[in-house]
Ligand binder design. Sequence first.
Ligand code: ATP
Ligand code: K
Ligand code: MG
Length: 680
Amino acid sequence: MSVVGFDIGNENCVIAVVKQRGIDVLLNDESKRETPSVVCFGEKQRFLGSAGAASAMMNIKSTISQVKRLIGRKYADSDVQNELKMLPVDTSEGQDGGILVHLKYLNEIHTFTPVQILAMLLAHLKTLTERDLEVSISDCVIGVPSYFSDLQRRAYLDAARIAGLKPLRLIHDCTATALGYGIYKTDFLGTGPTYLAFVDIGHCDTQISIAAFEAGKMKILSHAFDRNLGGRDFDEVLFSHFAAQFKEQYSIDVYSNVKACIRLRTACEKLKKVLSANHEATLNIECLMDEKDVKGFIKREEFEKLASGLLEKICVPCHQALVDARLTADRIHSVELVGSGSRIPAIARLLTSQFKREPSRKLNASECVARGCALQCAMLSPVFRVREYEVLDLNPFSIGLSTDDGPISAVSNSILFPKGQSIPCVKILKFHRSSLFHLEAFYANPNELPPGTSPKISSFTIGPFHGSHGGKTRVKVRVQLNLHGIVSVESATLIEDQVDDVKGNDHPNTESMDVDPGTDQTLANSVDDSNNRKDDPHKSADSIRRDKTTKRHVPVSENIYGGMTKAEILEAREKELLLTQHDRVVERTKEKKNSLESYIYEMRNKLFDTYRSFASEQEREGISKSLQDTEEWLYEDGDDETEGAYSDKLEDIKKLVDPIENRYKDKEARAQATRDLLNC
Ligand code: ATP
Ligand code: K
Ligand code: MG
């Protein structure tokens, strides 16, 4: 079994695997370590990853990039609308308020959700991994932004399932980076924890986390972010600058031309990269639009002036990360700067002033997330032995729970899992109920959330069940915030005392409290770590009074607001398999056609050269004619044929050529034998 880590970026994906001697980053079909996050629907097949990027310009209206920006989000969200403006693909609102993309593919309009598109990308990464490892894989760990909502995390898991993957964990990007940093480091000072800040600037976002390291463990103290600040925003600054300049200079309005926009944006991204290493850079685009060639020039200083607003924005999450971690900048031992978006020199300068020290670049800026994910996967996999290392991460947004009757007042401010709570975590709640009821999970503090995030998470139906007459009925509900950062009801148990009420408190370890006798809810117990599950204090209490208490399993069903049902996931999985199958057939057909073509060229040469003296004139003429006919067929009727048709044609010619080839080979073998004899 193999363990794999995936970093799904808005621009690039990285695959890392743990091998005997360490962590390897895999090469894609173009031998690159980064794979573009692009899904493109060509006329006859899909092009994924690098092939997708290569085919994008030919299929503008059916190429999707940055799908991560759309995952688990609402069509009506104003941020999403801005995103969609940049995506030249047709979209609409789904019945559940989600996003649908419509593309022409195989002469039909197909509709996909962002989850399906992400699944295509994941399936591609899975294929690349399997090709490299020569085994099939399913266990993996995938990096996610810390600001992802419950729904976005679930969407990632759904996409992974559709792709045939089984994520052992969705891990926050910076947590993965911090893990990769800390696990091999043994020189942390003995006196108390060492604090580090990890700053990851990607294509679309900025994430900052502060972690505390001690020998053998790492604890995340805060996650802060700007969801809308990344490399592409710097591209956009250059884009607007040159769009305005070209309007004046060349009287062209690139905004009116989709293709010109894409080309100018691409050129601006290149320009930005050049400016990271040089003090000035030029831009040349041939035939940008209206058959006009354009030229531009900019100095780094000017670029930095244009981008000063963006640069200042980075200070906000830096400050927030420190505040949430309850630390001042001088307590930070080092600031590790990662993500390729951070290569702009002005960013390092700005961070220097924020943290009062120059950021360091000890980690591989583009691979650290994937590497950390692979490590975490090895740690979670039963088949791998990794050094003992504790990773404590935390919940980014406060999660509340309410019942049909309103908030659970036993929980302070009805927040069950506060922001900063460590994950995973289980809390046990007891309700005095005699029949089916509902629980509702929600985000308790909208101020913490990225704008546009719905506070509604999910609702859980506990039941149906019926208490037997006369007995006192309690329902014990285990609510968990799992390793992925997703809230769910793990189980519900009906507990009936057959005798009179036992006592308020179940067990010395149980903090039972009837905080709100007016309602029928009681917060019974909080267990802050699911690792403690095995020594649930209830077990011993129950075994003591087994004769008096009965326990029964109560069914729980969940409804995720905006999520996919199991049936929908299955259907999407079937569809993905069909599309993959189709792509494979198209690929094989192309290969067969190519080999037929090259066989024709090869034989045409050999026939009048190497094989000349081995064929009669009649044979040569027959073969020549057959080669000629097949070539013509390839250009006409045979241009778009099936795999089988190309194989048949190849076999037909081979039947004519083989006898001649055999005669040649016989003679060669005899000659070689003679040579060997002479050499003896
Ligand atoms: P995200 O983390 O937002 O999902 P990602 O992980 O794909 O995206 P990265 O690969 O870390 O993002 O960074 C991509 C960004 O880095 C792009 O905007 C790219 O233009 C930018 N970039 C790459 N090289 C340089 C460079 N030399 N100078 C400036 N920017 C660069
Ligand atoms: K990346
Ligand atoms: Mg990234």
